[in-house]
Design a protein. Structure first.
Length: 155
């Protein structure tokens, strides 16, 4: 999986978008959003992406699989501040074998603040061992994949 940073101004149409107003609790002593919170925002967006696909985490676990994070990356461009209205966009960038990568971008008024990704392994909920994505899960996620990287259930 190539980890090249995406251009955060080029959010694909398939992306799920989450509106978020920055609370004071998310800021640090400089008045900026604390850098670690951006990964929490990515998680919020990933949850909404899965929910929009009809596959919220509880449903995934009921179907017998989970998606632990293997890798996380954030490119910071501009800071967000208290009371900013931001948009967090997320989409499935790649799904191959037992791994997938979800890309995210945080924008304020269309201006990119940061972008990045998380890489996940598909694991059995019972054994915690890697397993291929179930074909029905890949099919549910396909509409949220960037066109050049649409998931395939094929081995």
């Amino acid at each position: 999986m190539n980890g090249a940073a995406p251009d955060p101004r080029r959010v694909p149409d398939c992306a799920v978008r989450v509106a978020y107003r920055v609370p004071y609790a998310d800021t640090d002593a400089m008045g900026y959003v604390y850098y670690g919170h951006y990964l929490t925002w990515f998680e919020r967006c990933r949850n909404e992406l899965l929910r929009a696909a009809g596959l919220p985490y509880a449903e995934m676990e009921a179907r017998g699989f989970m998606l632990p994070v293997l890798e996380a990356h954030v490119d910071y461009r501009l800071p967000a501040r208290y009371d900013d209205e931001v948009e967090i966009a997320g989409w499935l960038d790649e799904m191959r074998g037992v791994r997938c990568r979800v890309r995210c971008a945080v924008l304020r008024g269309g201006e990119p603040l940061c972008s990045g990704w998380t890489v996940h392994a598909c694991v059995s909920a019972a054994t915690r061992r890697p397993v291929r994505f179930p074909p029905e899960a890949a099919a549910l996620l396909a509409p949220f994949a960037s066109p050049q990287n649409a998931p395939s259930a094929a081995p």
